[in-house]
Write a protein that binds this ligand. Structure first.
Ligand code: NAP
Length: 247
């Protein structure tokens, strides 16, 4: 296991799923971890369980992002690992998609992710690691997820531009693209439990390894990319989807 002793790591969206598992992993490796989320109670509960710092901040709100960066600078000075993980799912055909749904998804997954990186650049240490949480749907869009897929495709494009812009400071920027992974994300799209289970059963059939991914495995990849092991990796998108995107 990689040693991240005394590294400062900021994880957006750390109160459940992949962000929570990554906070646990990085903390176990010795990092000082800060997690964010919109719901104050949920984020403080998670931080207490994990022994990490909680800061309430909405990734879709630029002023929240600025306040977050200011507070992290005041309390920790600089950042070694920035994991821009917060994101929401949203389902609907192009015909059904409202402007509100479109804006909600894009504002969190794309605009918010972009400005999180932008506002943290001044406090990233030279040699820092930035990881965006993308999705395998960035490269294999399906019906009913056009806006979500587009948000992640564009995120990968930002990731590659950022890798080039930040290379002179030896800051590495990569993304991880999971396939279907067991977390809370699908329970939040407004469908009942049986429908969600039905969708997931259909999705798993399309995964050659015939299983869902685990948040812990994504956490290990983020840890790998952020450690010395990933020192020559930048501008890479690591797909972790049990072979699903092979077609
Ligand atoms: N699970 C999958 O199958 C899968 C597959 C591919 C990619 N992903 C991506 O993985 C990332 C994490 O998702 P997950 O599956 O771990 O889902 P999750 O369990 O729902 O966790 C999402 C986290 O993001 C936070 N969040 C949501 N909107 C936010 C906002 N506006 N500002 C700050 N925090 C926000 C949530 O906390 P609050 O609700 O308190 O804000 C929560 O901590 C997302 O980017 C998602 O698109 C997931």
């Amino acid at each position: 296991m990689e040693n991240l002793k005394n590294k400062t790591a900021v994880i957006t969206g750390g109160n459940s799923g992949i962000g929570y598992a990554t906070a646990k992993q990085l903390k176990e490796q010795g990092a000082n971890v800060i997690i964010t989320g919109r719901r104050k109670e949920a984020i403080e509960k998670a931080a207490l369980e994990l022994g990490v710092t909680a800061i309430t901040a909405d990734q879709s709100n630029i002023s929240d992002i600025e306040k977050l960066a200011t507070q992290v600078k005041a309390d920790f000075g600089s950042v070694d690992i920035l994991f821009i993980n917060a994101g929401i799912a949203g389902l609907g055909t192009i015909e059904q998609t409202t402007e509100e749904l479109y804006d909600n998804i894009m504002n969190v997954n794309l605009k918010g992710a972009f400005f999180t990186l932008s506002k943290f650049i001044p406090i990233l240490k030279d040699g820092a690691s930035v990881v965006f949480l993308s999705s395998n749907t960035a490269s294999m869009p399906g019906p009913g997820s056009s806006v979500y897929s587009a948000s992640k495709t564009a995120l990968n494009s930002f990731m590659r531009s950022a890798a080039l812009e930040l290379a002179p400071r030896k800051i590495r920027v990569n993304s991880v693209s999971p396939g279907p992974t067991q977390t809370e994300v699908m329970n939040k799209v407004g469908l009942d439990e049986t429908t969600v289970k039905g969708i997931m059963d259909v999705v798993v059939e399309k995964v050659p390894l015939k299983q869902m991914g685990r948040a812990e495995d994504v956490a290990k990849m983020v840890s790998y990319l952020s450690s010395d092991a990933g020192v020559f990796m930048t501008g890479a998108d690591v797909i972790m989807d049990g072979g699903m995107s092979l077609g």
